[in-house]
Write a protein that binds this ligand. Structure first.
Ligand code: ADP
Ligand code: MG
Length: 370
């Protein structure tokens, strides 16, 4: 256990609110799958159906090929940690964490060993004698996580389990969660609205919006070959830039200016039916190269408006040449010096150029990342 299949799964609340629509994907055995998407998109509903906490309106969920639609949470051997802690108020932190093991009738000595082990991993030893209600939200969430992970289940379901922790602790907890997953060798489904968290944790990412699967794949797939414009802009920080352009021929696009325009060569051929069409050229801030002198081709001039330093890098906001003076973000090395108002050349390598006809990708840049 456990390979998990969702097969045309729907969740409709009160016969009218469609929260999950025709969802089909597979979570492979021992995989760490992150379900990512904006709030209200159906992530928690999906997880609750996997847990057996919510009835499946239509479709099937299978664990190792066996339909589990009719099974309750206890019969599925899963561990759960949700954003809301649901801790036992009358028990100490120690007893909260020990609870799933005591229910199973595990011997005291073994219970103690396991509680201490997980508490050390999650840095909870100093609060074991406290009551959950006396702890800050982030710590309560850690207790909830410890109680979920101590069960060594076949399937671990985590719904925004670290959302209330502060930034510094979150990074630590991500590493711990991933480490526990790797050492236990189980299957984990992790829900978050935070793309950075998804990137840090996932083997694969399933992106859900409006109850529908947008794309499932490795970070390489999602980053380099987004299935639609929503995915392209949702993953990545700062997000992908979009520049209006016209398809000149199957191998080039033009960003028009009153003086004519800037021409960009493409990596792959675009269908000739798009010649003359207005498209959005997508380019990630991390994939733009800056020059002070005009490079040979595939570059556009712009003026530096804002410089934000972020440790080893700097994020520049650049006003592109042209009538709309489109604003573009560029991640530059923090050791280079830039001046507000200076003119730079932005080089867009053919392999990094994404083109969208509305929501549909028509040029995805690099097809293989070795
Ligand atoms: P997410 O976890 O991605 O934020 P949810 O699964 O919580 O999304 O919600 C998806 C949609 O279903 C939302 O429109 C939400 O309002 C609705 N919804 C969630 N739970 C219920 C419920 N118990 N009754 C009615 N509508 C619900
Ligand atoms: Mg949710």
């Amino acid at each position: 256990m456990s390979r998990v299949e969702l097969d045309r799964v729907w969740k409709i609340y009160n016969g009218k609110v469609v929260a999950v629509e025709d969802l089909t994907f597979t979570i492979e055995e021992k995989e760490f799958l992150v379900v990512l998407g904006p709030s209200g998109g159906g992530k928690s509903s999906t997880l609750r159906m996997l847990a057996g906490l919510e009835e499946i309106s239509r479709g099937e969920i299978r664990f190792d090929g066996k339909v589990v639609n009719h099974l309750g949470p206890a019969e599925r051997n899963i561990a759960l940690a949700f954003e809301s802690y649901a801790l036992y108020r009358h028990l100490t932190v120690y007893e909260n964490i020990a609870f799933p093991l005591r229910v199973r009738g595990m011997k005291q000595k073994e219970v103690h060993e396991q509680v201490m082990q997980i508490s050390e991993q999650l840095d909870l030893v100093h609060v074991l004698n406290r009551r959950p209600s006396s702890l800050a939200g982030g710590l309560q969430q850690r207790v909830s996580l410890a109680r979920a992970l101590i069960r060594q289940p076949n399937l671990t379901l985590l719904d925004e389990p670290i959302s209330h922790m502060d930034q510094r602790v979150r990074a630590e907890m991500r590493a711990v969660i991933r480490h526990i997953h790797d050492t236990m060798g189980n299957t984990t489904v992790y829900v978050t609205h935070d793309q950075a968290e998804a990137i840090a944790l996932a083997d694969r990412i399933a992106i859900i919006k409006d109850g529908r699967l947008q794309q499932i794949g490795s970070l390489d797939d999602i980053w380099n070959r987004p299935a639609n414009r929503f995915v392209a802009s949702f993953v990545g920080e700062p997000q992908m830039n979009f520049i209006k352009a016209v398809i000149e021929n199957s191998r080039s696009v033009l960003v028009p200016t009153p003086q004519g325009g800037y021409r960009f060569e493409l990596y792959e051929e675009v269908d000739v039916k798009y010649v003359g069409a207005q498209v959005d050229m997508g380019i990630r801030p991390q994939e733009i190269t800056l020059f002070r002198q005009k490079p040979e081709g595939n570059a556009i001039a712009g003026k530096v408006r804002v410089i934000e330093f972020a440790g080893e890098s700097a994020v520049l906001t650049v006003d592109l040449d042209g009538e709309d003076s489109t604003k573009v973000k560029v991640v530059a090395s923090g050791t280079d010096t830039f001046t507000q108002g200076e003119t730079l050349w932005l080089y867009l390598a053919p392999g990094y150029i994404h083109l969208f006809d509305g929501d549909i990708p028509i040029h995805r840049g690099i097809t293989d990342m070795d």
